[in-house]
Design a protein around this ligand. Sequence first.
Ligand SMILES: O=C(O)CCC(=O)C(=O)O
Ligand SMILES: [Fe+2]
Length: 190
Amino acid sequence: MKKKGKRSVDWVLVAQKLLGIFSESLGLPPSCLKDAVGEFYQNITVSYYPPCPQPDLTLGLQAHSDFGALTLLIQDQVSGLEVLKDSHWYTVDPLPEAIVVLVSDQTEIITNGNYRSAVHREVTNSTGARLSVATFHDPSKTRNISPAAVIVSQSSPSRYREVNYGDYMSRWYTKGPEGKRNIDSLLIGP
Ligand SMILES: O=C(O)CCC(=O)C(=O)O
Ligand SMILES: [Fe+2]
């Protein structure tokens, strides 16, 4: 087995700590979300966006939500990341030393929609190149994910169908983000 570097272990600890805080904020035991995700599978993507002569015509990355549990992202001083809220795109201004936390699809499912996965995109600009490093913290492909039993009740029934994470991921790669949330296909009811 390949030994993980100290830096990637640190990222895992931050992600676990955040899932603990999310759990507690919902009145759940601190390990609730972490236990539901199981062992973290970590992927790191380094994205370089060169200056674009026609930013109005080109996105760096189309709108999507990340399919795992939690994404931690660092960006350089050039802005470009935007998040969607109430049909409006907001720029995530780069701050020195800051880590951007993006709630991803599996966390939305486990919390039964109490935490919503963040729809985001990357816009280009004509003057400066941009660099970002995203660390994805995801369940294993064999893991089945569903709303946590402690959250679901008769008055607050499951809003999402159970899904195998490997299948969910394959679907994402086959269909692509299509600018919308793939997770919506798991919604139960009208
Ligand atoms: O480069 C960014 O700021 C966003 C990257 C991203 O959303 C992704 O890799 O999923
Ligand atoms: Fe993303």
